[in-house]
Each structure stands twice: as structure tokens, then as C-alpha cells.
Write a new protein. Structure first.
Length: 434
């Protein structure tokens, strides 16, 4: 007996390399790994910037899924946050696949030490829709749902004196359900479900150049003038999905996890207004460049037959000098570039470019977002006092309510054509510290 899908989705999730090919990862590595949904970028903000995460690090609870150190960056600014994103996945190929992610973060800053700590919880879900199980003659026997999901715990801390250094880790509980236990594939039965645990580790460094200079020399560069320039370069590194292989049935046929290395640089700049306790970014700009490499490598014997998979260490095939500093491409690593322009902390415009030479995949990305509460915060400051005893004023002063959208700008006929992400964020800026 066999199982078939009336939308041909069985081909997609049986050969899951196609999904990541559509994200741009080279097939010779990923076709040997499982649960490739872990490499799909969940953040609408990052997706609008070509899948770069530097700008999202301090504003998006989802950012720590790609680099757990970003949770440390996040807790420098927020005590709590909730984020949700959704996408109809590959709508040009199938009609009932979807991807969504929910993230919640909580953090605390110490008063007597420039240290912050954070805790994050995430749920990722790739719904592959309904499939039809048929006999060899084509008679329908039953229907079943297929999905991949993961629950993730993030832990991170950061140091915020002269430099901002963050480090963190993720623990992932992965559950892949391609088919239920009662499905038989040829002579095998119960081969459609597997579980595993994986770990991510990451670090991120930012240097608030102007503020650090002022702190060292003791005087503000712009004197008593309330408007100042900020300039913050940074660098990041993470390694994702370290863990045991997934076994659907036969341990000898276990599939390795899609271990990946990711690194990049960025800089943020803009104009900031500060008077007494009121602080507001008038305009800001962020540019980021990142690269990612799947660390799985095939091993060959003397007869040129594959014998095993081994993982590379460090950056894998990423050349930091050429790929990141010089912006050059190579055959083995994916490269991503993106920028974000923000006005009055309220409206954001994003653009990005993604390229994978080996997979012959490249496309542009676009994104926008609207943050509702900062506009009220500015209005209250300009035309009335801020009363922190009132609940509404509290949320205006410390809250963010943001709606986000991003899309892939692809050529006609590209499998990602028509794929877009929508998202929502509700957050509270740092108002509690110990």
C-alpha cells in the first residue's frame, strides 16, 4: 500500500530538500538532513531585510530562534514581548500548507550591574495539510494530516557597559509527523514520525560608539543640544541544530539534523532626541550583511559512493573576509543583505537581497511595519504631560503594538512567488529592574 496527496505535497515533504531549496540552501548538503523547516526564517522584520537578523535582534522576540544571543540584546530594551507570524507556505505549489510561529520573551536588567538576563519560549509549526492514503490500485483508504513542529526554550544574558555583548543558547524539542503509525510504506510500517532534541549557541557584539566615547571622556559630544547622532556597529555568530539524528523507523537510516553556521555584520545610525527622561529616535537606518552555511558534508569511499555525513566546524565554508567584509559571493554559502529605514519609531520600510549561487537561487525581499504607540507617546510629549499613574499613559510610555508585513519579490514562476509573511508584536519596554 502507498499514500498519495492530491496536491502532490508528498513529493515536497518526502524529499524535504525542495523546501530549503526554495529558501535557497544548496541541495547536496540539505538533501541528506531532516526537519529542514528549522531553517525557515520566521520573522517578518528579518524577512523584509533579506533574512538578515541584526535589526530584529533588539526588537523581535523571534530573533533568538536564529541566534539565541539576540535574546540578550532584546532584554536590554524590553521586559516582555509577544510575537506572532504566519505565512501560506509555497502557495504557487500547494493550497493548504502553512507556516506559523509564536514567540514570548521576558527579561530583567540589574540596577547595580550593567547586566541583563532573558528567557524565551517559541513554538514553530509547519502544516503540510491533508494527504490521501491509497491502495496500489488507487482506492482511497484514509486521510491524514502531516506536520513538523518544534518547541524552543531560549536563555541568554548580556553585558551593557561601553560595549553590548550577549551570549545565549536554545533547547529545541522537535517532532516530525509525516505520516501516522498505521500508514505502511511498501513493507515498512510506522516510518512517518520521529522526535529529537537540538541545541543552538550564539553570541552578538554591538559597540554604541558615540555613547561609549561620551562615557569615557565624560562630556556629551553635542553638549546640551537635545538632538544627537548614534552609531552602533556590530557582529554576530551562531551555530544551530546541534543534536542527535532523527529516526523514523530504522536507526540505520537515521537522518542528521540541518546543522548550520551563521555570521554577519551590521551598523545602525540615526538621530535621537533626549530631554530629561524622554528619549525618542527621530530617524534611524540599519544595514546588515550575513551569510549562512549548512555544515553537513557527504563522505565518499574509493568507489565514489556516499558512506556517511560529517559536520564541519566553526564557520564551515563561510569566508568572513570575502563573504562578509568584502561582500563577495562563493559557491558554498548563502549570502544576505538588507536595510531598514525607520521614522519616529513608528513606520518602517525594509528591503533585502538573498543569493545562493550553488542552488541558482536569488530574489529580493520587501517589508513594512507600523508601530502604533510611539506616535501617541510623541503626541503626549509635544502637546501634554505624561501621567504615569494612568494605565493608558503607561502603555503609551512603555508599550509597542506593531503590525508587520514582508514578501518575496521573485521572478514569475518561482516556487516562492506569492509567499508573504504577516506578523504582530505586543511588547513592554524596560520599566522594571532590580
Amino acid at each position: 500500500m502507498t499514500f498519495h496527496n492530491n496536491h502532490a505535497k508528498c513529493i515536497i515533504f518526502t524529499f524535504m530538500g525542495l523546501i530549503i531549496f526554495l529558501q535557497g540552501t544548496f541541495l547536496f548538503a540539505v538533501s541528506e538532513t531532516a526537519v529542514l523547516f528549522l531553517l525557515i526564517s520566521p520573522s517578518p522584520q528579518a524577512n523584509g531585510m533579506g533574512h538578515t537578523y541584526a535589526a530584529a535582534a533588539s526588537k523581535d522576540p523571534m530573533a533568538s530562534l536564529m541566534n539565541p544571543a539576540y535574546l540578550g540584546c532584546y532584554t536590554e530594551h524590553y521586559n516582555a514581548g509577544l510575537s506572532f507570524s504566519y505565512a501560506d507556505w509555497l502557495p504557487e505549489l500547494v493550497s493548504d500548507m502553512s507556516y506559523h510561529c509564536v514567540s514570548a520573551n521576558a527579561g530583567l536588567t540589574l540596577k547595580k550591574m550593567p547586566v541583563s538576563f532573558g528567557l524565551g519560549l517559541h513554538r514553530i509549526f509547519l502544516d503540510m495539510g491533508e494527504n490521501v492514503w491509497t491502495s496500489e490500485s488507487g482506492t482511497e483508504l484514509d486521510r491524514f494530516e502531516s506536520c513538523d513542529k518544534a518547541h524552543v526554550l531560549s536563555l541568554a544574558g548580556s553585558w551593557n557597559y561601553l560595549i553590548n555583548f550577549s551570549a545565549g543558547m536554545n533547547i529545541k524539542w522537535i517532532h516530525s509527523m509525516l505520516a501516522p503509525d498505521w500508514i505502511s510504506v511498501g513493507s515498512k510500517q510506522g516510518a512517518g514520525e520521529a522526535k529529537s532534541t537540538a541545541y543552538d549557541f550564539g553570541m552578538a557584539l554591538k559597540i554604541p560608539a558615540v555613547q561609549s566615547f561620551e562615557h569615557i571622556y565624560g562630556d556629551p559630544i553635542f553638549g546640551d543640544f537635545p538632538v544627537s547622532i548614534f552609531l552602533t556597529p556590530g557582529v554576530n555568530y551562531s551555530i544551530n541544530n546541534i543534536g542527535e539524528k532523527l529516526t523514523y523507523m530504522d536507526p540505520k537510516e537515521a537522518d542528521p539534523l540541518p546543522r548550520a553556521a551563521r555570521t554577519g555584520i551590521h551598523f545602525e545610525t540615526g538621530l535621537r532626541y533626549q530631554h530629561n527622561d524622554f528619549r525618542f529616535n527621530i530617524v534611524s537606518f540599519c544595514y546588515a550583511r550575513e551569510a549562512m552555511d549548512i555544515l553537513a558534508e557527504k563522505q565518499w569511499d574509493a568507489n565514489h559512493e556516499k558512506t556517511s555525513i560529517r559536520y564541519q566546524s566553526g564557520l564551515g565554508d563561510i569566508d568572513f573576509f570575502h563573504n562578509i567584509l568584502q561582500g563577495k559571493k562563493n559557491y558554498h554559502a548563502e549570502t544576505m543583505d538588507g536595510w531598514e529605514f525607520s521614522l519616529c519609531e513608528t513606520a518602517d520600510l525594509r528591503y533585502g537581497y538573498y543569493e545562493d549561487i550553488s542552488g541558482n537561487v536569488n530574489y529580493h525581499t520587501l517589508g513594512v511595519s507600523l508601530n502604533i504607540l510611539p506616535a501617541f507617546k510623541l503626541y503626549r510629549y509635544l502637546f501634554g504631560h505624561l501621567d504615569h499613574d494612568d494605565l493608558i499613559d503607561f502603555f503609551i510610555t512603555y508599550g509597542d503594538i506593531e503590525i508587520l508585513y514582508s514578501q518575496y519579490d521573485t521572478d514569475k514562476g518561482h516556487p516562492l512567488q506569492g509567499t508573504y509573511f504577516v506578523g504582530f508584536r505586543l511588547q513592554l519596554r524596560n520599566f522594571i529592574s532590580l
